[in-house]
Design a binder for this molecule. Sequence first.
Ligand code: ADP
Ligand code: MG
Length: 275
Amino acid sequence: MGRVIAIVSGKGGVGKTTITANLGIALAKRNIKVCIVDADIAMANLSLLLNMQSCPITLHDVLLGEASVQDAIYDGPEGVKFIPSGLSLENYRRVDPERMETIISSIKNQFDFILLDSPPGIERDVLAIMNAADEILLITMPISPAVADVLKAKITAQRLGKKTIGVIINMIMGEKGEISDEDIMRMLELPVYGLIPYDDEIRKSFLQEKVAPVIVRRPQSPSSLAIQKTASKLAGLPVVFENGKKQGFFSRLFSIFFRKKKQPIQEQAAKPKTK
Ligand code: ADP
Ligand code: MG
């Protein structure tokens, strides 16, 4: 039986689709049987990144009961298998996302890993994806709004009784003010599964004549190498992540809470003024 892992973040734009595609391909390159699923059924992006937007049968058709899931599995880059989502908003409105659980579990025995790309938020579609998964892999950026949202995603997964295995920190720029990986680990009480640098090669994925994920186009780029480490960790191979950034959000918080209290205003007012 394969492992079904939902890639979830709470916040949008942190790299769920990018990581799902590249991580899936990184695993497939090791001859691991992987299926990546565009479970972001409202805003399907994964097929655009894989340059596979003309697949005739999609997850929408399967969720609507109009096609078999086997007919919605396509060959992606480097041996990865891919289930696209439909682009039609009309169909999106008609689908019942709760059927995802049954559909995904029906293909579990065909793969070692099934990675589910998810939408942002913690609402209906995300809950259905979490329910369809065995494990949740969180992704965040090292900035406070993203960390606050990913914490909510973790709590939501907990409430559903789902195991959250770890967190990937994406778009690390090494700038002052970024939250350190240690602080993120402490806040989420989870191990790090990836420290992915901000990489212009990822941003350029959509700017090529032939769009392709960075791990296909630039397998030696810093982000590709980092994603390969995440793949090793998922596959159970030993891997060491170098520290991203040490300067602590927690230490700053502590310094705010524990710095010397200011004198109360009345006391200040009671002091005789020096002339
Ligand atoms: P999500 O699926 O969480 O909404 P995406 O994967 O679509 O996020 O990524 C949002 C944007 O950020 C995309 O334009 C993508 O190319 C870019 N991006 C993602 N990860 C990185 C990275 N490590 N370095 C640079 N750009 C990135
Ligand atoms: Mg996305």
